[in-house]
Design a protein around this ligand. Structure first.
Ligand code: ATP
Ligand code: MG
Length: 212
């Protein structure tokens, strides 16, 4: 049996064409079923639905043989014990610093102000501000980061941005671009050895179908 860990939503949707290229069709719609294990048209392939942040954990510990996870999630997790053969170029966005309209971020940085930064991505944020030599107090959040500067919880946020509409709707502005984000294929290293005959062709099929 081959077990593939995916998160519901954009990663699931954008992985479907890659699965199709490998001849795999998921037989149930995660938005309609309450099942967490979905069968496919291949009797020896199943999909397990997990939280996006849990994908690396499932694959690392062998709860799944492979999975699809955002670079953001992998950087926070550390990617330990994971083979990352492919950038799938899906679920693309960027990681950015944003502040409240009217907050002069550049001036605060120039003056050496200690900034309060709220984010789900504390590892990436810690590294980014350390590289810039900016002193920060990081505030760990699990969602709705946009609210932090509006309520005075933080001066800035580090969050994922794609269209920027959420920032605009909340009167926030993007002031720094940290990195481009896309999703990667992650494979359990032991599974790659033990199930190589089944996994290698799958990885090759995914590779052939990566969107430009
Ligand atoms: P949850 O919604 O369960 O709290 P999540 O927000 O991490 O978790 P998704 O919103 O499905 O889950 O995001 C999954 C992955 O898709 C992220 O880890 C990131 O790599 C990518 N992603 C997140 N937001 C966007 C976006 N606005 N546009 C494109 N890709 C995104
Ligand atoms: Mg989300």
């Amino acid at each position: 049996m081959i077990t593939l860990a995916l998160s519901k939503g954009r990663i699931f949707e954008e992985t479907l064409p890659l699965l199709a290229a490998a001849g795999i069709e998921v037989l149930e719609d995660p938005e309609k079923t309450r099942k967490l294990i979905l069968p496919t048209n291949q009797p020896d392939v199943r999909v397990v639905l997990v939280r996006a942040t849990d994908v690396p954990t499932y694959v690392q510990h062998g709860g799944a043989d492979l999975g699809v996870a955002g670079k953001d999630v992998l950087l926070e997790h550390g990617g330990e014990g994971l083979y990352q053969p492919l950038d799938l170029n899906i679920a693309k966005c960027r990681m950015s610093v944003a502040v409240r309209e009217g907050f002069d971020y550049a001036a605060e940085v120039r003056q050496g102000t200690r900034l309060r930064v709220a984010t789900k991505y504390t590892e990436v944020a810690r590294q980014h501000f350390a590289d810039k030599g900016v002193h920060v107090d990081l505030i760990k959040l699990y969602g709705s980061m946009e609210l932090a500067p509006l309520t005075g919880l933080a001066d800035a946020i580090v969050d994922l941005v794609s269209t920027g509409k959420t920032l605009v709707a909340n009167k926030l502005v993007e002031v720094e671009h940290i990195m481009e984000i896309s999703s990667r294929l992650v494979v359990n290293q032991a599974a790659l050895k033990l199930k190589r005959d089944r996994l290698r062709p799958l990885i090759d099929a995914f590779a052939s179908a990566i969107p430009a």
